[in-house]
Design a protein around this ligand. Structure first.
Ligand code: SIN
Length: 484
């Protein structure tokens, strides 16, 4: 894809126009697989954030009145354009984020499906009409867009975490200010251009990349006309944002950190469990909040599971994401690679055995070898902290109660994975896990038609599914006096 970087807009997108940041500030975007600069992008300042709010507020009323079918058709056209341009979108994503081209293509498909799903939901926003119990009046219930929203998206899925928020906001009739991640802003800027081409009116979507999240978030959430925040990111930052929404009582959707348990019972199909483990661990190189973070395996199958997972992980090819046959790209940054190293070293120092990997790769790029750790002691930090990298720590358990206790022993509650051939046990354990999602004999729960989200310190609110659009709608009740 020659010249792809040159074709991508690098300015701010406000009120349907591309413009420089105040004071002409810019920042550099880097390829994490080669440690080389890709391009410079406009670095939004507080005044730009305020301009984005003005544009979103000005567009809100007419956008809310735009017929649902028209809003849906824009999303449908955007889905079509994304599908046609999969290779270009995937190459750009690989360059700025590092994941392999196969993974990037999969993400483009996943991201586009949120637009298709919500194009279908736009025309199904319903209400109700009922006769009051005592007669003499009627109750009308309708649902209206919450209003201008701030959407803060993460670097790990540069497109899908955007479309998962933009799709329902467009369908519901909300305008938006999007703060894309500093590390991967290009995919979102490109998406803004694509949505404009699909017919999204000026001011509905405003994109303000910045090196300072607070420079954007403070003025936007400080403005009471902005009525909602949707955030995907760390629990630590999520907690601060919840406080920031308090003065103006803005609605919130919080998709925060995870520490997903992957539980393999003795009666599991070990082939399926190993396949599921590779998916749950290695999708996106482990840089996902739904990545399996710790493996709890029943004693009778622990040795076989560990041996086979080790073989699979050792066979994965590492390299720059654009190379053919590569399935494991670099981590996003040197900080991320150092954090993974630190957690592996901590587990090893406490007595865990490294059965494959266990070290970064020499040379350019932030690579870390796919790693399996067995016999991980319970004090190891890796069992408590989100690793966000290609490391599978394994511990064992004796019975179902112990497995459930281990799985729930965390402040997080996003997803859990359970492998068993016993249907009763699958349902029982699935219901006992303190998580918003459970994968039963599968290592993949992400699905635009399903409600994605967590409990406990993993946040609240749901994205995708029938529930996804509710986050962008307020319920209004009209009391109607009827004399008859
Ligand atoms: C995430 O890592 O934030 C979400 C991953 C997904 O949607 O599968």
């Amino acid at each position: 894809m020659d010249g792809i970087i040159e074709r991508i807009p690098r300015q701010l997108f406000i009120d349907g126009k591309w413009r420089d940041a105040a004071e002409g500030s810019t920042f550099g975007v880097e390829d994490p697989g080669a440690e080389r600069g890709l391009c410079d992008v406009a670095d939004a300042q507080g005044a730009d954030a305020e301009a984005a709010v003005e544009a979103a507020v000005a567009a809100q009323e007419s956008w809310a009145r735009t017929p649902p079918r028209e809003r849906g058709e824009i999303l449908r056209r955007a889905w079509q354009l994304m599908t046609e341009r999969t290779d270009e979108l995937a190459t750009l994503m690989t360059l700025e984020m590092g994941k392999s081209l196969t993974e990037s293509r999969a993400e483009v498909g996943y991201a586009a499906e949120f637009f298709r799903w919500f194009s279908e939901e736009a025309v199904r926003i319903d209400g109700r009409y009922s006769v009051n119990p005592a007669g003499g009046g009627r109750t009308l219930v309708t649902r209206q867009p919450v209003g201008p929203c701030l959407l803060v998206t993460p670097w790990n899925f540069p497109l899908a975490m955007g479309t998962r928020k933009i799709g329902p906001a467009v369908a519901a009739g909300c305008t938006m200010i999007v703060k894309p991640p500093q590390l991967t802003p290009l995919s979102m800027l490109n998406l803004a251009a694509l949505l404009a081409e699909a017919g999204l009116p000026d001011g509905v979507l405003n994109v303000v990349p910045s090196t300072s999240a607070t420079r954007i978030v403070d003025p936007v959430l400080g403005d009471p006309r902005v009525r909602k925040l949707s955030f995907t990111g760390s629990t630590e930052v999520g907690r601060k944002l919840v406080e920031q929404c308090a003065p103006n009582l803005q609605r919130m959707s919080m998709e925060l950190g995870g520490n997903a348990p992957f539980v393999v019972f003795a009666d599991a199909d070990v082939d399926a469990a190993v396949r599921g483990a590779v998916t749950a661990k290695m999708r996106n190189n482990g840089e996902s909040c739904v990545a399996a973070n710790r493996f709890h395996v029943a004693e009778p199958v622990a040795e076989e599971f560990t041996r086979r997972l080790t073989e699979e992980m050792a066979a994965l090819r590492i390299g720059h994401g654009t190379e053919n046959g590569v399935s494991v790209g670099p981590l996003i940054s040197s900080d991320q690679r150092d954090k993974v190293s630190e957690l592996v070293d901590d587990a090893r120092d406490r007595g865990a055995e490294v059965t494959t990997g266990g070290e970064p790769l020499e040379g350019k790029g932030f690579f870390y070898r796919p790693t399996v750790l067995s016999g991980v002691p319970e004090q190891a930090r890796i069992l408590r902290e989100e690793v966000f990298g290609p490391v599978a720590p394994i511990t064992t358990f004796r019975d179902e109660d112990e497995a459930v206790a281990l799985a729930n022993d965390t402040e997080f509650g996003l997803v859990g994975y359970v492998f068993t051939r016993d249907l009763d046990r699958a349902v029982r354990v699935g219901e006992r896990l303190q998580t918003g999602m459970v994968g039963l004999n599968t290592g993949l729960v992400s699905n635009p038609a399903a409600p994605f989200g967590g409990v406990k310190a993993s946040g609240f609110g749901r994205e995708g599914g029938y529930e996804g659009i509710d986050e962008y709608l307020d319920t209004k009740y009209l009391a109607l006096a009827v004399s008859a």
